[in-house]
Design a protein around this ligand. Sequence first.
Ligand code: AQP
Length: 327
Amino acid sequence: MKKRVFSGIQPTGEIHIGRYLGAIRHWVAMQDNYDNIICVVDLHAITVPQDPRLLKHRIKEFAGLLLAVGIDPARTILFVQSHVHEHSELAWILNCFIPMGWMSRMTQYKEKAAKQKEQVSVGLFDYPSLMAADILLYDTDVVPVGDDQKQHVELARDAAQRFNNIYGEIFTLPEPMIADVGARIMGLDDPTRKMSGSEEGPNHAIALLDGPDVIRAKIMRATTDSLKEIRFDESRPGIYNLLTIYHAITGEKKQAIEAKFEGKGYSDFKKALAEAVVEGLRLIQERYKQITSEKGYLDKVLAEGAAKATPIAQKTLARVRKAVGLG
Ligand code: AQP
């Protein structure tokens, strides 16, 4: 029996290279050795205000990009979260078991709530409970995520354990899996902040669909420091982040990269990085065009995905409902 992997992506902002290098490319690589489920988590997206038309567009765009990077519907169940109603029902049940104190400690909530002040929704606070439901519905063993989502996966595990302690072995306990390289890609304009889909700055992130000239311009403008040496030195976040992107996208070893750019300036390095990113994204962009030009293909893949996900989710939810004494 292969281990089950579940992961999700929120269809907000663009799919940037942080999401790609930190998480998505690992989902592609894991398809051979794991039983994979990937979800476009649209219910998570509405925890902050969304333009309905843009959200609808993004859901399709994200699904198309996941296929373009190499998610294979023959080996991975790919679906949209709101197409499988069991996610919301289990999230509600978990709400009744997860202590407020656990949720209040979530750093992502604190950061996002600080930006929104009184406008912050109950849904944003509850985001980790819905994420726990996503994971636990599928008897997930492993959740490959970027560094920023580790705390949420740990909460899902704690919630499962608490529930199991009361009702017996209902849930499989999931483990987060964090990549060695690219687990936290930082913003190009501010390398002390995580590259994020909801940041607005024009030079903050590189989107998977950015054209070559846009990529070159963003990288050439990326914040560095006034030093010269091109080394993996964490105390210099700007150049460290750019080197990490180079390392992740080319697969070259750190030492080899440092040797290659010894004696060269930041401008030479940035030009080489820009070309590596342009080349790394070229195929993805070509495939994306192909996938979206095939009328009805994406809808078909997502409908088949939901049809495969639903019975798995129903089985778990039935177990939970019975344990709790519902209905
Ligand atoms: N900067 C990043 N570096 C490495 N990994 C990252 N991930 C996101 N940003 C980075 C990982 O990508 C997966 C999908 O992310 P998500 O869509 O679920 O949401 P997120 O983590 O909230 O991403 P954003 O870009 O920060 O979106 P906003 O700002 O809109 O919430 C996850 O595994 C994530 O860890």
